[in-house]
Design a binder for this molecule. Structure first.
Ligand code: CA2
Length: 145
């Protein structure tokens, strides 16, 4: 069976490349998707790349990934700092191999970004490496699927 990875992006990530390039870089989400597709192609992995500004939609997609026995790369955006619902969804469909990714180093930023509700339910977390973090997460999951 072909290995599959859902790459899920949370709120405001659709704005990437338009503002705050000093923090998030100049890549758009579309260019991050292209990098992910190229990396996954080399590994023989099928990817689903999605973005939503709505917490419940992200919950539904985590359920869908769990049912598909896929891996997940999740940049939860700001929901990563607040969402018990996302934490419960990951635990609820477990075991779900999920890597949390943030473009920026959340630990070098405001205190309210230091806490992650996702990390305790994840296999691992990558932050601070920009779009490369997505590719590293795909590599890490490929070894586990
Ligand atoms: O570093 C990351 O990837 C974040 O998940 C990005 C989130 C932020 O809330 C997290 O703390 C860390 C923000 C998403 C992007 O927000 C933008 C806002 C304005 C312009 C461009 C992007």
């Amino acid at each position: 069976m072909t290995k599959q990875i859902y790459i899920l992006n949370g709120p405001n990530l659709n704005l990437l490349g338009q503002r705050e390039p000093g923090i998030y870089g100049s890549d758009t989400l579309a260019s991050i998707e292209e990098k992910c597709r190229n990396r996954a192609l080399g590994l023989g992995i099928k990817i689903e790349f999605r973005q939503s500004n709505h917490e419940g939609v992200l919950v539904d997609w985590i359920h869908e990934a769990g049912a598909a026995k896929a891996g997940v790369v999740l940049n939860p955006g700001a929901y990563g700092h607040t969402s018990i619902a996302l934490h419960d969804a990951i635990k609820g469909v477990g075991p779900l191999p999920l890597v949390e990714v943030h473009l920026s180093n959340i630990h070098a930023r405001e205190a309210f970004r230091h806490k992650s509700m996702i990390a305790p339910a994840a296999v691992g977390m990558i932050c601070g490496f920009g779009p490369l973090g997505y590719e590293l997460a795909i590599e890490a999951l490929a070894a586990r699927l």
